[in-house]
Write a protein that binds this ligand. Structure first.
Ligand code: 13P
Length: 251
């Protein structure tokens, strides 16, 4: 039985004051459940603040990005070692905003994936198709291609310490959620791909859904057999919204 994971991706949002308030309300409102883990990924500059506020709670801390090199002349970048040093357990890799806005390609994302694991971080590998790709019936090819790049580079065993997030680009920040059925089809495809290499790894790997997850749709998404939680953007910035997503898991 896979334990659920609900992860908040704050993206480039938050300031010291609002972060403190959000975390306070989260800590007070989260119902403890053996069925789900909760992770918060604030902007890098606030990792230390949010980490301190989360101290003593069960909520985990994650980063939104890293650079694959360990150190050196990479102005403005952060290494996996630094993120681990500051208390992160997870890091988001290959988010569609990084792929689209910052030109990150599969090979670079695969390097980030292994760099994260080398430093003891759990990568959350994001995959997903655009609207045009879905309309052109390319969803399967695109998602498998994104997954394959990391599988070839890191090997199937690496997925023992990784999370995958299926985030259809057309559902991100648009209010258009994939239906639970649409999402389940792609989640099953991803698990099937892992199973071709190793069925035990496929069965234990958590696959999150991301894209306009909110309190009102979380429970039916999470009820699907291959959806093991959510990667939540907009709704994670409002404490009540994020709490209802997390708590819907335990109900
Ligand atoms: P929204 O929940 O705002 O659609 O964002 C999803 C996302 O990109 C999480 O990484």
């Amino acid at each position: 039985m896979r334990k659920g994971l609900v992860a908040a991706n704050w993206k480039m949002n938050g300031l010291r004051q609002s972060n403190a308030t959000l975390i306070d309300v989260l800590k007070a409102g989260l119902k403890s459940s053996p069925n789900v883990e909760v992770l918060v990924c604030p902007p890098a500059v606030y990792l230390e603040q949010v980490g301190a506020e989360l101290d003593g709670s069960l909520v985990m801390l994650g980063a939104q990005n890293l650079h694959p090199q360990q150190s050196g002349a990479f102005t403005g970048e952060l290494s996996a070692e630094m993120l681990k040093d500051i208390g992160c357990s997870h890091v988001i890799i290959g988010h569609s905003e990084r792929r689209q806005l910052f030109g990150e390609e599969n090979s670079f994302i695969a390097e980030k994936f292994t760099a994260a694991q080398r430093s003891g971080l759990i990568p959350i590998l994001c995959v997903g198709e655009t609207q045009e790709q879905r309309e052109a019936v390319e969803t399967e090819a695109v998602v498998l291609d994104q997954l394959e790049a990391v599988l070839v580079h890191a090997g199937i065993e690496a997925f023992n310490n990784a999370v995958i997030a299926y985030e259809p680009v057309w559902a991100i920040g648009t209010g258009l959620t994939a239906t639970p059925e649409q999402a389940q089809v792609v989640h099953a495809l991803i698990r099937g791909k892992l199973a071709e290499a190793n069925t035990a790894v496929a069965e234990s790997t958590r696959i999150l859904y991301g894209g306009s997850v909110k309190g009102s749709n979380a429970a039916e998404l999470f009820a699907k057999p291959d959806i093991d939680g959510g990667l939540v953007g907009g709704a994670s910035l409002v404490a009540e919204g994020f709490l209802s997503i997390c708590n819907s898991y335990s109900e």
